[in-house]
Write a new protein. Structure first.
Length: 385
């Protein structure tokens, strides 16, 4: 089969040291079939996956807009940064990374271009070559009240310019069609795959905490419904002595005050963990609880399934699509089955019933493979040429 040269840009790998978007591109690139010649163009990055997967050798980031003036935000900061970038000795990591990509675009060294985030700097240079863009979610369009800046305008520009659009779930595809006014035929769903896991390592992982707990993973932005989780679980935590273990960023002052006002200082705890320790938290948790009202996909669901951790989900967004009947659902806004009620029902399940959910999770996760996702992506590249 004739080789297809796919050019990926720097964006996700400059923005993230680690995280779902850059990780998904690394997984797809490294699992591509042999007829795809993937090329990632970047000079400076602090992303951990580039070295971990041996994709490309980079220098550390020196200066970007986000790090400029120690990350302080003020009106006109962007104009100042761009003006200073015109000075030859002013080091701008983004411009350096962009120029590497633009050199390849200008020299026509690709068959398909796939940007990894929302900046459309490449449009004047793309000529008539096909462009594939991935839209992971439309959270800022669905809930603009929770964000200072929305991504909708940038997503619309890319969607209109793209030859084809990748959505990470059917739910995201539906949002793309409705919000960005895109033809359904222009959008294909390519699910994320399940993480590769060392089963022997998982079996030997020691328990981190001796107490029983529910697990909460990731950030706690408003749409993630963290305060809803506290409100709904407060009574159960106090009655049973169970705790909620949270990963991600430390608690904010507002979160600490909320936890204190509910008398949950000893019941809701935060911890920093490595990837291996996170798997231990999943493995020994009573259940993983995902109260978020919207996600593009939901990788923690698959991580839970792999670790045989029961999953309790909001019956919203893409969650039923990803978890199927392997999860237990609550209805945040429905007339019945609130999270409080579902947690109480879950606590009454027999060990055999809990084990049935664990086995369903192990079967469900088999549907999500990076190899299969990469094959589907490669087929899309082929079909648009």
């Amino acid at each position: 089969m004739e080789t297809i040269r796919v050019l990926y840009d720097y964006q996700a790998f400059e923005l993230q040291t680690h995280g779902g978007i850059s990780r998904s591109f690394v997984e797809l690139i490294t699992h591509m079939p042999n007829y795809i010649e993937a090329s990632l163009k970047i000079k400076e990055s602090n992303n951990i996956y580039l070295s971990e997967y041996g994709l490309v050798s980079v220098s550390p980031l020196y200066r970007t807009y986000n790090s400029f003036l120690n990350g302080i935000s003020f009106k006109g900061k962007g104009r100042l940064f761009n003006a200073l970038s015109l000075i030859p000795f002013f080091h701008n990591s983004t411009k350096i990374n962009q120029n590497v990509v633009l050199d390849s675009l200008k020299n026509d060294k690709f068959d398909v271009f796939h940007p990894t985030f929302l900046d459309s700097y490449f449009l004047p240079y793309i000529k008539k070559k096909p462009v594939v863009v991935t839209i992971h979610d439309l959270i800022t369009a669905k809930y603009p009240q929770y964000f200072k800046h929305t991504q909708t305008k940038a997503q619309k520009i890319q969607a209109d310019a793209a030859t084809h659009i990748i959505a990470v779930s059917e739910n995201t595809k539906k949002d793309i069609i409705e919000i960005l006014d895109v033809s359904p035929s222009k959008v294909s769903v390519v699910h994320h795959g399940a993480p590769n896991i060392d089963w022997k390592m998982l079996e030997l992982l020691p328990r981190i905490f001796s107490f029983d707990y529910f697990l909460y993973v990731g950030n706690r932005m408003i749409y993630k419904n963290f305060f809803y989780l506290l409100d709904q679980s407060c009574e159960i935590l106090k009655e049973t002595g169970f705790k909620i273990v949270c990963t991600g960023y430390p608690f904010s002052c507002v979160e600490k005050e909320k936890i204190k006002s509910m008398g949950l200082e000893q019941s809701v705890i935060h911890c920093f963990v490595s990837s291996e320790e996170l798997y231990s938290l999943y493995k020994y948790a009573k259940a993983f609880v995902y109260p978020s009202c919207y996600e593009g996909f939901g990788i923690p669901i698959l991580e839970s399934f792999l670790c045989k951790c029961p999953v309790i989900l909001n019956n919203a967004s893409c969650f039923p699509e990803i978890a199927g009947d392997a999860a237990i659902y609550f209805n945040e806004n429905g007339p019945y089955a609130s999270l409080r009620e579902v947690l109480k029902q879950f606590m009454e399940l027999s060990p055999l019933e809990v084990d049935e959910y664990k086995q369903k999770g192990l079967e469900r996760v088999k549907l999500f493979s990076w190899e299969e996702s990469a094959k589907k992506m490669a087929s899309i590249y082929k079909n648009i040429l």
